[in-house]
Design a protein. Structure first.
Length: 202
């Protein structure tokens, strides 16, 4: 059978993945300490936007995909609210390539933080796996420019704690981390939007 042909078990496989993600989310939602940490991140973002600042997002490969989704939501979603200033530092391929070629790969985010970041801003690291050196350097650069460094991701993100003001780590079953982090970020965004735009049409 060709790999392109549907199998009778495909629907079961999809249902199984959805069930795994649901099973991973339930204990996280019941984790009071984790929810408090996520709420503190939401509050930090609210203070950043309220103060006229922006969010600069970086991460590992999976984290950069989540960063794109986060930027799309906060910048473009809803014509009934102001666009929120969010930049994904991995989005400009030409700039990332230039920095990696003329400086070094570990500086691809840090140089952008130095160029675009300031005391009113937040620098957010998103990592599903072990944080690459470029993420740690970005958080160090955040400190240097007076921005607020934060990190959200899997258990390995705990290594970034000394570099961050706020950190959220989640542990999930294999194969569910990206989905869980995406859902957590969506929930944080919902809180931020609800606080900043309480009267918007939903």
């Amino acid at each position: 059978m060709s790999a392109a042909q549907p199998k009778a078990t495909d629907g079961q496989a999809i249902a199984g993945h959805l069930a795994a993600v649901e099973g991973a989310l339930a204990p996280l939602a019941a984790d009071g300490a984790l929810m408090e940490a996520a709420a503190r991140v939401a509050q930090a973002w609210i203070l950043t936007f309220d103060g006229g600042g922006k969010l600069l997002l970086c991460g590992d490969a999976a984290g950069l995909a989540l960063a794109q989704r986060l930027a799309l939501r906060l910048v473009s979603r809803g014509s009934d609210r102001t666009a929120l200033p969010v930049l994904s530092l991995g989005a400009d391929g030409a700039l990332v390539t230039a920095i990696a070629g003329q400086s070094e790969p570990a500086q691809v985010f840090a140089r952008q933080v130095a160029a675009f970041g300031g005391p009113r801003d937040g620098v957010v690291a998103l990592c599903a796996g072990p944080p690459p050196d470029a993420v740690a350097e970005a958080l160090k650069s955040a400190r240097a420019v007076g921005a607020v460094p934060l990190a959200i991701g899997g258990p390995e993100v705990a290594a970034l704690a000394p570099l961050c003001d706020r950190i959220v780590t989640v542990a999930t079953p294999p194969g569910t981390m990206d989905d869980v982090l995406g859902t957590l970020l969506s929930a944080i965004c919902a809180v931020v939007e609800g606080r900043l735009f309480p009267h918007r049409v939903r």
